[in-house]
Design a protein around this ligand. Structure first.
Ligand code: CA
Ligand code: CA
Ligand code: CA
Length: 403
């Protein structure tokens, strides 16, 4: 969830008021609703750390997204209130607990959070249930999660309106307007769904071989003894990497282009837009080839040529960095070498700087056809590789990452 944590925190405080409200004044109760609203977003304080300090770990993997932290903090606060005989402090601890818990529950609509930390670093959510992830739930994930967010906003709005308007007629009007807004929201989402890319975050946070190491940190995600980068079927699902990379890239056609290139805290990217390098990195990720991890390793050995470091959240969304990785690993094709499906087309300027890339999905009369995000300002398209080069006035170099 992105937007609705604050109203969800408010609702959590409201529906649990019978537990904590006794003996408090009206002013104190109002204050605690406000605290609940803030505590609803509290766990996301770690995004500040992710974007401003260090992007090597997802913010969902930090202790701020684990229930144990809030159990310990709130229990300490509650006992302090008990010892000092302060009802308000006890109520405060309960409100913070329920509001932060709502955050963790709603984050579990997709990849989830570290429910079992410190028992395991793995994170758990609804997408971890493969029947859901691969079925309608995974398919409509964005429609479902954004509809839930809208419903939460409307729910919080209705609670406030109900407190203000006591007549049945007025309340009925509020409910009808909310229902109309919710329905139109869901219909709109269904219409724009083909233009949004829903990422199955299990690919990163799941643990396909159940060895306790999340896929994104596992060199051999299917546990067959062959490293992901040398494994023809890295995730062991019976589909070759190449088939999966191509199918994923093809499915991106028509998705909105993220012209901000994941700026503004990846706002558009979270909403389902695709940046230029996403056509490559996300297609490879889907097959179990985690370019980001390999690039981090390569950077450690030889940072020359990289324009940003792995602590930068856009480290692996820079075409120049991906090109540098291919250079270091001798993955660039020689001039006369035949292109294959799944190869990366890099677009080079005069000084050798790389500002654009695309993914080869077809070869027609020896010409490469690529999936490209950015050539069309609006959406991801399928286009001849040479056409992109001509318009951008850049030469093409190809890289091959698939074994
Ligand atoms: Ca594993
Ligand atoms: Ca393997
Ligand atoms: Ca596979």
């Amino acid at each position: 969830m992105i937007f609705a944590h604050a109203p969800a925190g408010f609702i959590a405080a409201y529906v649990t008021k019978k537990i904590w409200q006794r003996g408090l004044s009206q002013l104190q109760t109002r204050w605690l609703y406000f605290v609940g609203t803030l505590a609803g977003i509290l766990p996301d304080i770690d995004t500040l750390y992710y974007y401003l300090v260090d992007s090597r770990f997802s913010h969902r993997e930090l202790i701020t997204h684990t229930p144990i932290l809030y159990v310990v903090v709130c229990l300490t606060l509650y006992l302090t209130g008990y010892l000092l005989k302060k009802k308000f402090i006890q109520a405060l601890s309960l409100v913070i607990f329920f509001a932060t818990l709502s955050h963790l529950i709603f984050d579990s609509l997709n990849s989830g959070i570290g429910w079992l930390y410190p028992g395991t670093d793995l994170i758990f959510g609804l997408l971890g249930i493969s029947a859901l992830a691969e079925g309608w739930y995974g398919q409509y994930l964005l429609v479902i999660t954004y509809s839930v967010e809208l419903a939460i906003f409307l729910g919080a709005g209705n609670i406030i309106l109900f407190a203000k308007y006591r007549q049945c007629g007025q309340r009925l009007i509020a409910l009808i307007i909310s229902a109309i807004l919710l329905c139109s929201g869901i219909i709109t989402l269904c219409f724009i769904k083909p233009h949004l890319f829903a990422r199955n975050s299990n690919i990163y946070y799941g643990d396909y071989d159940r060895d306790g190491v999340a896929n994104k940190n596992d060199d051999d995600i299917d546990g067959d003894g062959i490293n992901n980068f040398e494994d023809q079927d890295a995730d062991g699902d019976g589909w070759s990497n190449q088939e999966k990379v191509i199918t994923t890239a093809e499915s991106m056609t028509g998705v909105y282009y993220d012209w901000t290139n994941k700026s503004y805290w990846a706002f558009l990217s979270r909403f389902g837009f695709l940046s230029n390098t996403d056509v490559v990195t996300r297609s490879y990720d889907t097959a179990g080839i985690y370019l980001h991890q390999e690039m981090k390793r390569d950077y450690k050995n030889n940072p020359a040529g990289y324009i940003t470091s792995p602590t930068d959240d856009r480290f692996s969304s820079s075409p120049q960095n991906i090109y540098t990785y291919c250079q270091h690993q001798s993955l660039l094709l020689a001039e006369k070498q035949a292109i294959e499906l799944g190869d990366i087309a890099f677009y080079l300027g005069e000084n050798g700087e790389v500002a654009h890339l695309a993914l080869v999905v077809e070869i027609e009369n020896e010409k490469a056809i690529v999936i490209d995000a950015g050539f069309s300002e609006k959406e991801v398209i399928k286009v001849e590789a040479g056409e992109v080069g001509r318009v951008q006035e850049k030469t093409i170099a190809y890289g091959r990452l698939l074994p």
